[in-house]
Design a binder for this molecule. Structure first.
Ligand code: NDP
Length: 449
C-alpha cells in the first residue's frame, strides 16, 4: 500500500505513542489510506496540522464508578467519555457497557463517530463513552444502581449543547432510562441530553429500528448503483442478533431478500432456505443467551456451530456484519468471496480488519464502511434531538422517511466523492473524505483551538 512520507511518519508516531491501542491504530490507518488521495490537493491539511489535531480527542474523562451489588458487596468499574471533536456540533455518540471496554476501543469508536456524524449532514460532533461493566447476568436493580453511579460523575461533563450520549453495545432503552433519570435529578432539568430515550419521555419513534433499517437502505443503494438490482431474491448473511442485526434481518425480509444466517457470542446458525426472522425476535425477547439452542430446537435441520466466525463460510450474495469489531479477518474475507459474496456493508463498527477491507477492494467485493452504512442510528438520534428542542414528536413514517433520505444522501455523497477521486467503488475512501471535509473546513474557520 503506497503512503506518502508525511502520512507514513505520522502513522509511525501514532503507532509508537499509542502502542497497545490496536483498534484505534487500525481506525487511524484506514483513514490515512484515504487521506493520501487528498493531502496534495489540500495543502492546508499539512500547513495547519489538521491531521495531527484531528487524531487526538479534545478531552478524555476517566472516572471511578463504585456501586453496590444485590449481595451488598461494593463493586468498582471504570467509566470513560471520549469527547473527540466538537468542530461541527456538540459531542454525540453512544455509551458502551461491556467487559472488553478500554480506551483503545472507545478512541476508535469516537474517531469514527466524528466522520459518521458529519456524513449525516446534521450538526453533531463526535464522542463515545462507556464502562467495563458487564450487564450480562446482572439484576435490574444492579443495572439501575450502576447507571446512577456512573451518571453521578458523568452529568458534569454533558448537556444538550455540550455532549449528548446515546446507547451502544449493552446500553439499550433500560440503561438510557436509568441514566436519564439520574441526570434529571442531579441537574434539575428536563432536556434532550441523552438520546434513545423511552417514548413517554422524549424518545423518537423508529430509533430502535434506525441502524438496521438504515443499513439496508444504504445497501439497497449499493445494489442499485453497482449491480443494477435490489434485495429481491438475494441471500443475505447477517452476523449478531442484537439491535442492529435483528432490524437489519427484518428489513432484508421486507425488501424481498432471504436472511441465510445469524450469530451471537456462542455460535451461529445458517440456513440456505431462509432464517425464521420472527422466531429470532421471539427468542431474543425471551432470553438472549439461549437463542442458538432455541432456534436449533425448533429447526433441527439447520447448520450450526459454536464458533461465531464460521458463519462467514456460508454461501451468500451480500454480507452484513452487525455484531462487533474485528469479526471478519482476511481468512473470513477470502471465504466470503469464494462462496459467492460480492457485497459487504458494515452494520457494526469496524467489523472488518484492515486486511479484509483491502482484500475486498482488490477483489471486486464492494465494501461499505460502518461510518457510512451504519449512520442511521445516530441520524435518528439527531432527529430525536431536533424533536426534543422543538418539543415535538414525529410519526414513525415521518422519521423512517427522513432516515431513508439521509441514508440515500450519505450513499450519494460517498459515491460521488469516490468517483471524483477516480475510485468509484471505494466507498471507504468516499466516506472518509466526504466526512472529513466538513470537519476540516470548520477547523480551519475556528482557528487553532
Ligand atoms: P447489541 O448489544 O444489541 O448486540 C450485539 C450482538 O452481537 C449480540 O447478539 C452479541 O451476542 C453479538 N456479538 C458480540 N460479539 C460477538 C462476536 N464476537 N461474534 C458474534 N456475535 C457477537 O448491540 P448493537 O446491535 O446495538 O450493536 C452492534 C454493533 O453495531 C456494535 O459494533 C455497535 O457499536 C454498532 N452500532 C450500533 C448502533 C445502534 O444503534 N445500536 C449504531 C451504530 C453502530 P451476545 O448476545 O451473545 O452477546
Amino acid at each position: 500500500m503506497y503512503r506518502s512520507a508525511y502520512l507514513n511518519n505520522l502513522l509511525s508516531e501514532v503507532k509508537e505513542k499509542y502502542a497497545g491501542q490496536k483498534e484505534f491504530i487500525q481506525a487511524v490507518e484506514e483513514f490515512f489510506d484515504s487521506m493520501d488521495f487528498l493531502i496534495d490537493k489540500e495543502p492546508k491539511i499539512v500547513e495547519y496540522s489538521i491531521l495531527e489535531r484531528i487524531i487526538v480527542p479534545e478531552r478524555i474523562i476517566t472516572f471511578r464508578i463504585p456501586w453496590v451489588d444485590d449481595s451488598g458487596k461494593i463493586r468498582v468499574n471504570t467509566g470513560y467519555r471520549v469527547q473527540f471533536s466538537s468542530a461541527i456540533g456538540p459531542y454525540k455518540g453512544g455509551m458502551r457497557f461491556d467487559k472488553s471496554v478500554n480506551l483503545s476501543i472507545l478512541k476508535f469508536l469516537g474517531f469514527e463517530q466524528v466522520f459518521k456524524n458529519s456524513l449525516t449532514g446534521l450538526p453533531m460532533g463526535g464522542g463515545k463513552g462507556g464502562s467495563d461493566f458487564d450487564p450480562k447476568g446482572k439484576s435490574d436493580a444492579e443495572v439501575m444502581r450502576f447507571c446512577q453511579a456512573l451518571m453521578s460523575e458523568l452529568y458534569r461533563h454533558i448537556g444538550p449543547d455540550t455532549d449528548v450520549p446515546a446507547g451502544d453495545l449493552g446500553v439499550g432503552g433500560r440503561e438510557i432510562g436509568y441514566m436519564f433519570g439520574q441526570y434529571k435529578k442531579l441537574t434539575n432539568t428536563f432536556t434532550g441530553t441523552l438520546t434513545g430515550k423511552g417514548l413517554s419521555f422524549g424518545g423518537s419513534l423508529a430509533r430502535p429500528e434506525a441502524t438496521g433499517y438504515g443499513l439496508c437502505y444504504f445497501a439497497g443503494e449499493m445494489l442499485k448503483t453497482f449491480k443494477n438490482t435490489d434485495f429481491k431474491g438475494k441471500k443475505v448473511l447477517v452476523s449478531g442478533s442484537g439491535n442492529v442485526a435483528t432490524y437489519a434481518m427484518k428489513k432484508v425480509r421486507e425488501l424481498g431478500g432471504t436472511v441465510v444466517g445469524f450469530s451471537n457470542t456462542q455460535g451461529y446458525v445458517a440456513d440456505p432456505n431462509g432464517i425464521d426472522v420472527d422466531l429470532v425476535f421471539e427468542l431474543v425477547a425471551k432470553d438472549k443467551r439461549k437463542i442458538i439452542s432455541g432456534y436449533v430446537e425448533k429447526h433441527p435441520g439447520v447448520k450450526t456451530g459454536s464458533c461465531p466466525r464460521d458463519i462467514w463460510k456460508t454461501p451468500c450474495d451480500v454480507a452484513l456484519p452487525c455484531a462487533t469489531q474485528s469479526e471478519i479477518n482476511l481468512e473470513n474475507a477470502k471465504e466470503l468471496k469464494s462462496n459467492g459474496c460480492y457485497m459487504v456493508a458494515e452494520g457494526a463498527n469496524m467489523p472488518c480488519d484492515l486486511e479484509a477491507i483491502r482484500f475486498f477492494n482488490e477483489n471486486g467485493v464492494i465494501f461499505a464502511p460502518g461510518k457510512a452504512s451504519n449512520a442511521g442510528g445516530v441520524a435518528v438520534s439527531g432527529l430525536e434531538m431536533s424533536q426534543n428542542s422543538q418539543r415535538l414528536s414525529w410519526s414513525f413514517e415521518e422519521v423512517d422517511s427522513k432516515l431513508h433520505d439521509i441514508m440515500v444522501n450519505i450513499f450519494k455523497n460517498c459515491h460521488e466523492t469516490a468517483k471524483k477521486f477516480g475510485v468509484e467503488t471505494n466507498l471507504a475512501l468516499g466516506a472518509n473524505i466526504a466526512g472529513f471535509m466538513k470537519v476540516y473546513e470548520a477547523m480551519l474557520a475556528q482557528g487553532v483551538c
